[in-house]
Design a protein around this ligand. Structure first.
Ligand code: SF4
Length: 319
């Protein structure tokens, strides 16, 4: 079956200035990522900040072109899809609803904006559709003529969701959509996204640093570390039998009182390695308590088996 959204050997590098009189260096933000998401699935992508997940999100949206590899929708390379058609099919929900909403426009005009761009219906029809969508995401019509500054963080995120869904996309790329919100509001927004997924047959790619959030919403999970996927499997399997030492450490962080703080210091060290100078061999080896002599030399390739995919010498050694 053709995946609805798929990446093949996706790579993105950036040329980075490291100081005057020094040659620019190449940063591998995303480094050979293969993902495949079936229609109505929710792929959770987790990892610490700097692991490349937001760059990956921008490539899935067609906002950042890959340096190598491709993003396919229904088997078609998105670089060959007309921008408007792509926007009709793929919509984003970003982390900070305040900065992603124009503070000078009314809520109704923000939500109807994608309809304006696509030239759908008359002005009053577009406003009516926007208000219907606002009500569907839990914002009564009386908010239609407010501005974003008059709303709470959770209400603003509902506006961002309404704006993303008003043109009936197939795929929604959610980049940390709840991490700027209070914990109680996070749960409401996650449950809303789950309801909307069923109602509108949506497919989500859900990016988060927080495995607890991903467990709640995702059907499968990909764990990223320094631009690569190190483990990918069904959500229940990942939480029952995490295989990669990095996934195990992330899971342990879920058990801490403040999972939003990210990975705890479990003897691995808190410092994320410099992506400009990635370690040799397995990029996790400086923090890995299970490392072997070969780990600092040989890069572990992704092993695919009945449990999913994992890139670690602990497993490749068994084959
Ligand atoms: Fe740890 Fe080695 Fe596996 Fe990397 S390949 S995660 S260093 S055991």
């Amino acid at each position: 079956m053709t995946a609805l959204i798929e990446t093949r050997d996706l790579q993105r590098t950036f040329s980075v200035s490291v100081g005057m009189f020094k040659p620019r260096q190449t940063l591998h933000a995303v480094n050979g990522v293969d993902l495949s998401v079936q229609r109505k699935d929710v792929l959770g992508i987790v990892g610490e900040s700097g692991c490349g997940k937001s760059t990956l999100a921008r490539m899935l949206l067609g906002l950042t072109p890959p340096s190598r590899g491709s993003v396919l929708i229904d088997g078609q390379d998105i670089s060959k899809i007309d921008r408007r058609d792509l926007a009709r099919r793929v919509q984003p929900i970003f982390q900070d609803p305040y900065s992603s909403l124009n503070p000078r426009r009314t809520i109704a005009s923000i939500v109807s904006f994608p309809l304006d761009v696509l030239g759908v219906g008359t002005r009053s029809e577009r406003r009516k559709k926007a208000i219907e969508m606002l009500e569907r995401v839990g914002l009564p019509a009386r908010y239609a003529d407010n501005t974003p500054g008059q709303l709470s963080g959770g209400q603003r995120q509902r506006v961002a969701i309404a704006r993303a869904l008003v043109i009936n996309p197939e795929i929604v790329i959610c980049d940390e959509p709840t991490s700027a919100l209070d914990v109680s509001v996070q749960a409401q927004i996650l449950n809303l996204l789950l309801d909307l997924r069923k109602e509108f047959n949506l497919t989500y790619v859900f990016i988060s640093h927080n495995l607890a959030v991903v467990e709640h919403i995702a059907t499968q999970v990909a764990v990223m570390y320094l631009g690569r996927v190190v483990e990918q499997t069904q959500t229940a399997e990942l939480f029952k039998h995490p295989r990669h030492p990095y996934t195990q450490a992330l899971l342990a962080s879920v058990l801490t009182p403040e999972p939003g703080l990210g990975i705890p210091d479990m003897g691995l060290g808190l410092s994320f390695p410099d992506p400009l100078h990635p370690p040799t061999g397995c990029s996790f080896h400086p923090r890995c308590q299970q490392r072997r002599p070969e780990c600092s030399v040989d890069h572990p390739h992704l092993l695919r088996d009945a449990h999913g995919e994992v890139a670690c010498h602990l497993y490749t050694a068994k084959t």
